[in-house]
Design a protein around this ligand. Sequence first.
Ligand SMILES: NC(=O)c1ccc[n+]([C@@H]2O[C@H](COP(=O)([O-])OP(=O)(O)OC[C@H]3O[C@@H](n4cnc5c(N)ncnc54)[C@H](O)[C@@H]3O)[C@@H](O)[C@H]2O)c1
Length: 354
Amino acid sequence: MGKLKVGIIGSGGISTVHMDGYNLLASKGEVEVVAACDIDEEKVKRYVKKYNIPRYYTDCREMMAKEELDLVSVCTWNSAHKDCTIVALRGGANVICEKPMALNAVEAQEMLDVAKETGKLLQVGFVRRFGNDADLVKKFIKGGTIGDIYYAKATYLRRDGCPGGWFGDKAYSGGGPLIDLGVHVIDLVRYLAGNPLPVEAFGVTYDNLGCGRAEGGDVAWGNPRGKFEFSVEDFAAAMVKFDNGLTLNVEASFNLNLKEDGGNIELFGTKAGINLSPSLEIYTDMAGQYVNVTPTGETALSFSGLFEREIEGFYNAALGKEPCRAPGEDGVVLMKILDAIYESARVGHSVQIK
Ligand SMILES: NC(=O)c1ccc[n+]([C@@H]2O[C@H](COP(=O)([O-])OP(=O)(O)OC[C@H]3O[C@@H](n4cnc5c(N)ncnc54)[C@H](O)[C@@H]3O)[C@@H](O)[C@H]2O)c1
């Protein structure tokens, strides 16, 4: 079989790590990146030059009409995920769409419906599912070390880390730290716990601190506000209940008066508890004695090779060599959870999830 042809939609920050993954596959003769697209022409021109990509476009419809692509990465801001993904699927490509899958569950379901109709793969950019730490936790869960997991805590907290730009503009992002950061840890808990379905959520959101207070904190990644308005929450917290009895407590912030940035996942089971960050530890008892167990080897999440594993997984799943680790179905479920948390915060009581 020849090399699979790849196209990139959205040539911003995250697309560069997708390119790392495709470049690794290209070095093994498995793919070639033939086109990239961005609505910002100057930006995409620089991008194709940097990566030696033969052609560029400013409209993904034109790209899909003119190219015969097997794999497409959708790396646009969130509000363009739905349209770009549907165009790419209808154009005959398998798609990996960055997280969050869309602005809401209705959009996400529409994308999944098109994937099913066209028979193409739709993977969501839940990169943490490809982490070395996730693999290790899965091993302990599968081996029965943890028992039944009934409670989980997940945090992704920044003291002064508002990305600014479109990330803070609800029309482009769909929300603040919950949809941007919380999405990663909520999904990871679901994945580790065997993908239970959500039944109910109670959430709160606040916008007390806005987008940065201390000098320089306004634009965490030098992303200017430009035309974008800051219109999202700066902090969100929620309890989510799942159909297998698991309850998740999640917190995410761009701005919060805490000592330092941090993120962690803790799972509590009938036989042991497990803590992911800063490195993996298991809390249990042996011979009537409480013990804290530290596995040998590298246990902290390593970003080295992480996105390369995600893109390789996408390539393998598209070829049917392995099951997709982050299918569109899980993207839809995640959007239902986020929708319910935002709705709960709006109405002031818990919300059922169907
Ligand atoms: N997996 C992760 O850890 C991770 C990390 C960062 C960002 N992301 C996600 O990746 C996506 C992009 O984030 P980013 O940081 O690269 O943003 P970015 O602003 O750097 O890049 C987004 C690009 O999309 C382009 N774009 C917007 N609409 C388009 C359209 N219709 N067609 C073509 N191009 C279009 C913009 O011009 C911009 O260049 C977001 O969904 C974000 O949530 C994921």
